[in-house]
Design a protein around this ligand. Structure first.
Ligand code: FCB
Length: 456
């Protein structure tokens, strides 16, 4: 199979992705910080100094450039900028400016996330997203952030995976503030849709030109799982089909449908939201897995639905997530058909401490990105989650998503690129997946990359 090559379009943006709380360290005054200190993290860790990106950004940016990476997605922490109600920490703003300037100096394109799940404690204590002033107070913070950081981002992400904090925090009771109510889920999602629309407008009003001289590009990094019914026979199978539909329409379609029409529907609210319609300059796609909806009579409180089971023959990650590369292709094609806007894959990656699955995962998913581009989707870039190992929310430090390994317990927090970090460099250098790269890093991926295995 020598000489095969999947070439990406010229100028394709190759980046890596992170979030403030997960790498910076020195988080305090936030709902997640309290949650950690209440012992709610599965492996018992707290984010602490984390990967200390807050102080070691220069070294990390050096490493990104050495590896040949072209872009970086990072987040800013509201709790660092406004640790107490109305008190703005200038030093934190200046630090973020230094970080962003350093990215520029390293010639790295910047993708900046304004909200990646974490709320200041003072805000959380007033009710979090359920507080009646929530959207207005969030806007006060983003006005400061957008004005201060206006010149830097090539891509703006207003919200990261808004349905996740809404569902995990207010419906499933797993993330702060641990509420369990469909009414709250709907209410919070409705507010996040409003917050997105307002931020879209704010950024366009404040920033006339992005670094490329064009108007700023603003979007949302949306979590898309590829949802399918398990395929049981009889009434169980019917339940699976119905629940798969309910799940898709109550989540992705609900969110995207609201952005398409500019209107809220049950359970997110009612009526038009000014500025919401068509408020994507690009679509941000976060894709990790397929989920198969399986009937389980024991799961009454979850509508008899098991999301976690993995069908025979399908590999899973250390998170227990199904590895299903064509789900990325189908997601890209759906998003493209629906919005006809440029697409950036703002996250895609795998927890794998030994790097035994990652090279194959990466190659097979990139092959699906290539396939979508070939079939007409305007995919402009790919941000691998993640640049370095980090604090994986409720899982803690034990789940290793980094191309670059960092052991949080090592006082030196040494950065050690895994083989896949080098593989990614080679792909970027070639702007292609080649049979040589595949042979060197993941010969087992041949059928999934150049063959027909995942052409489904
Ligand atoms: C996504 C989150 C990101 C990270 C990855 C593994 O859902 O946006 O912060 O935790 O999952």
């Amino acid at each position: 199979m020598a000489g095969e090559r999947l070439e990406f379009p010229k100028g394709f943006v190759w980046g890596t992705s992170t979030a403030g709380h997960q790498i910076e360290g020195h988080n305090s005054h936030s709902d997640w910080w309290r949650f950690e200190h209440e012992g709610k993290i599965k492996d018992g860790t707290v984010s602490g100094k984390c990967m200390d990106y807050w102080n070691r950004y220069e070294e990390d940016h050096d490493l990104m450039t050495t590896l040949g990476y072209k872009a970086f997605r990072l987040g800013i922490e509201w709790a660092k900028i406004e640790p107490d109600d109305g008190r703005i920490d200038r030093a934190a703003i200046e630090r973020y400016k230094k970080i962003l300037q350093s990215l520029r100096d390293h010639n790295l394109q910047i993708c900046l996330t304004l909200y990646h799940w974490v709320l200041p404690l003072w805000f959380a204590d007033k009710g979090g997203w359920l507080w009646e002033d929530a959207v207005a107070r969030f806007m006060k913070f983003t006005e400061i952030a957008v004005n201060e950081f206006a010149e830097f981002p090539d891509l703006w992400v207003t919200l990261n995976e808004p349905l996740v904090p809404a569902a995990a925090g207010y419906l499933a009771g797993e993330f702060p503030p641990e509420k369990k109510s469909i009414k709250f889920y709907g209410k919070v999602t409705g507010k996040l849709l409003r917050a997105h629309a307002l931020n879209y407008e704010l950024i366009h009003k404040t920033v006339k030109k992005g670094p490329d001289g064009n108007p700023p590009k603003v979007g949302v990094a949306t979590a898309y799982q590829h949802i399918v019914p398990w395929g049981s026979s009889g009434p169980a199978g019917l339940h699976e089909k119905i629940m798969a539909r309910v799940f898709v329409s109550g989540s992705f379609n609900g969110w995207d449908g609201a952005v398409e029409t500019g209107r809220l529907k049950y359970p997110f609210g009612k009526g038009a939201v000014p500025g919401l319609k068509d408020s994507y300059d690009y679509c941000g796609v976060n894709y990790y897995m397929r989920q198969s909806i399986k009937f389980d009579s024991k799961l009454k409180d979850r509508a008899f639905v098991d999301f976690e089971s993995v069908p025979p023959g399908i590999e899973k990650t250390q998170m227990g997530w199904q590895i299903y590369p064509p789900g990325l292709y189908h997601t890209l094609m759906n998003v493209w058909r629906r919005f006809k806007k440029p697409i950036y894959i703002t996250e895609n990656g795998i927890a794998d401490d030994t790097d035994s699955q990652r090279p194959k995962y990466l190659l097979e998913h990139l092959a699906q990105v290539h396939r979508a581009i070939k079939d007409g989707a305007d995919v402009r870039g790919y941000y691998q989650w993640s640049f370095i190992d980090n604090f994986e929310w409720k899982e803690g430090f034990c789940k290793k998503f980094g191309l670059v390994a960092v052991n949080h317990a090592d006082p030196d927090l040494k950065r050690e690129p895994r083989p896949s970090a080098h593989m990614y460099s080679e792909i970027i250098k070639e702007n292609a997946i080649t049979s040589e790269i595949l042979k060197k890093y993941a010969p087992g991926a041949n059928e999934g990359v150049f063959g027909s295995k995942w052409r489904i």
